[in-house]
Structure formats: C-alpha cells, structure tokens
Write a protein that binds this ligand. Structure first.
Ligand code: PLP
Length: 354
C-alpha cells in the first residue's frame, strides 16, 4: 500500500487533534466566568445564570423558551419524547446523528422507529419525505416527526438548504426537530440567521461544547406549549441539574463571543480539504469546519496521519473525517497539509494489498 511510511515509525510531535471540535478547551475567560458565576438550584428554577443562557438561546433561535441540558444527545432525546408517541415513525437521514450515533437511544427512550433517506445532501428530498408520510394507512405506522441535521455532520458539515427547509414545512404538517449541534457554523457559513433557520422547525437544539468551546452543555428550544413536557422529559432522563450556572456561565461566553470566529475554522478546513483533494478523489465539498472523504482506504489515512502526530477519525468504514476548531492554528494547518502531501495518493480498491 502506498502510504509513504512504515508501520514501525514512532508517533511524532506535534499532536494536532482534529478528531472533533468537541476537544476544545474552555478559554481563560470561560474559566473565570465559571468561578464567579451566580448560581442557584435550577431544580427550583433558581439559577439566574442558567435562565440567562436559556433566554439568550431562545431569543437567538426565535423560540418561546429553551432548556439547558448536559449534552446534544439528551437534547435530541427530549425532542423525540415530546414530539412523538411510542410506535411512531421518525423520518430523517440514514446517517443522521439521532439514527446512527446515539446507540439506538431513540428506540429505547421514545419507542420510535426510523424511516431513513440517503442524506449525503444539503437537504432531505421533500418528495421522498412526503411519500413516507403518505404511506400511512392502517398497516403503516404514523410519521410522528421529521429530523433535519444542520450542519449535516456525515455529509461533511454541509448547512441545510433554507429554501428546501421552507418547502418541507409547506408540504408537511408534522413536527420538525432540527439537530443544530453545529447550527452556528451553518449560520456563519451561509449568512442565514439561526432564527431564520429555526423558523420552519418546531424544536431546535445546539451544542455549546463543539466549535463554541464550552466544556459541556447543549440547549433545546421549544414552543411554549411543549415547555412543561420538555422539562418533565429532561427530569425523566436525569438531565435536571442543580447549580448548573457554573457551566452555563461558560455557555454564555460561547454564544456571545465564539460564534463570530467560526469562519476561521471554516477557512482552515477549506485549506486542509484542498490539500486532501490534491492527492485523492472522494473529498466532499467543504462548507464549514468538517473535512470528509469517502474512500476505501479511510482507516489507513487515519493511521498514516497518526504516525505524524495528527489525530483524525472515521464515521463509517469508508468515511474519513477531521474537524477544525479554535485550538488549531494556521501553523497546525500548514503542518497537516504538508503531511497529507507527503502521504500522497491512497489505494483506490478495497482489495487487500500485500
Ligand atoms: C450532529 C450531531 N448531533 C448531536 C450530537 C451529540 O452531541 P453530544 O456529544 O453533546 O451528546 C453530535 C455530537 O457529536 C453531533 O455531531
């Protein structure tokens, strides 16, 4: 195999971590704010910092209210539980996070099943969604909700197409949940405001702990009529917290100060994507902070880069992924591009080579 290296090479410095934007460290300003946060028991609604964060997010996405939860998975799971009934079908992409990367949580927590559509695209095809909804009769389960992912992680961080989203809303009257784990990346890349994206959906969640650098936490925004249900489901899933203002304080800084700089991550991802494209075919268009490659030698590329001290990953046996973030510098990007060029062309077939 022509990966330009030997298995016996030791891992070298520098260690550049591109496995995910979740690896970012909370900043000094976040750590200070966490230490000084005014807190209370959020179980009684008494934490002013949590309330401020929830109100800020609700305002940014144009919804009535929001809930602070420990993780993106929990936000998605609460949405599944408040929008559907056990036995319902949820329509989404084949490799949507809620389907492929949550350990079957929706089946376990909400008792739903998925009907999936190929999602290596900026939007779910509206006709395909409508066909699944129209299939409902006495033998076919009811479609309870639709999930759209923005940005679409598996497709390489592609923002959801706004016109298609409006079209989906116009042609269906089923609740839509937006998994906006990286909604702010989508917004910065396209110039579409988070509220504009969220206008066509019933519920929307975003993660604070990815490109926005907070140590943990996500927010789920809901309409007023679903707020009590959402709070109940958060409690049932063990996500109701107490003096959570300690972490919400970092979340406030994430939303206020870290959105604007996301374009730097996008530019760095574009540079790495171009370097990768110069040695291999199958690189997906880079729109935000994710570089994805569909290739039979995806895992070999991960191993080859690791030998050079660059950590990346795969999201399927043939899909390579790396993610840029705030803890990556221009020098790191230069180093990664050079190592990609050194590694050179990857084998094109799945046949094992001697
Ligand atoms: C698209 C998407 N949705 C949801 C999540 C879940 O977020 P968390 O890791 O905070 O549970 C992720 C995390 O990587 C994600 O990429």
């Amino acid at each position: 195999m022509s990966l330009g290296l030997s298995d016996s090479l030791p891992i070298v410095k520098p260690r550049i971590d591109l496995r995910s934007d979740t690896v970012t460290q909370p900043t000094a300003a976040m750590r200070r704010a966490m230490a000084e946060a005014v807190v209370g028991d959020d179980g009684f609604g008494d934490d002013p910092t949590v309330r401020e964060l929830e109100e800020l997010y609700a305002e940014l996405v144009g919804k009535d209210a929001a809930l602070f939860v420990p993780s993106g998975v929990m936000a998605n799971q609460i949405a599944m539980r408040i929008l559907t009934q056990p036995g319902d079908v949820v329509v989404t992409g084949t490799f949507a996070h809620v389907v492929a990367f949550e350990m079957g949580a929706s089946a376990r927590n909400a008792g739903i099943q998925f009907a999936t559509i190929d999602n290596d695209a900026p939007a779910l095809p509206v006709d395909d969604v409508c066909r699944l909804i129209d299939a409902e009769f006495d033998h076919v389960a009811k479609v309870g909700a639709i999930v759209v992912e923005n940005t679409n992680m598996f497709a390489g961080g592609v923002p959801y197409d706004l016109a298609q989203l409006a079209e989906l809303r116009r042609h269906t009257n089923i609740p839509i949940h937006m998994d906006g784990a990286r909604l702010f990346n989508a917004s910065v890349a396209t110039g579409v405001s988070p509220a504009n994206y969220a206008q066509s959906v019933t519920t929307v969640m975003s993660c604070l702990s990815k490109g926005l650098c907070a140590p943990l936490g996500s927010l789920l925004a809901v309409p007023e009529n679903l707020l009590d249900d959402a709070r109940r489901e958060r409690k049932r899933l063990g996500g109701a917290m107490r003096q959570a203002g300690v972490v919400a304080a970092a979340g406030l800084i994430a939303l206020r100060d870290h959105v604007e700089r996301l374009h730097e991550d996008h530019e760095r991802a574009r540079r790495i994507g171009a370097a990768l494209e110069s040695v291999v075919s199958g690189v997906l268009p880079v729109a935000t902070n994710i570089v994805a490659l569909e290739h039979p030698a995806a895992r070999e590329l991960v191993n080859a880069l690791e030998h050079h001290g660059v950590l990346t990953g795969t999201v399927s046996p043939t899909r390579f992924r790396l993610v840029t973030h705030a803890d990556i510098s221009d020098e790191d990007v230069e180093y990664v591009c050079q190592r990609i060029e050194d590694i050179g062309p990857l084998r094109e077939s799945t046949a094992t080579e001697e």
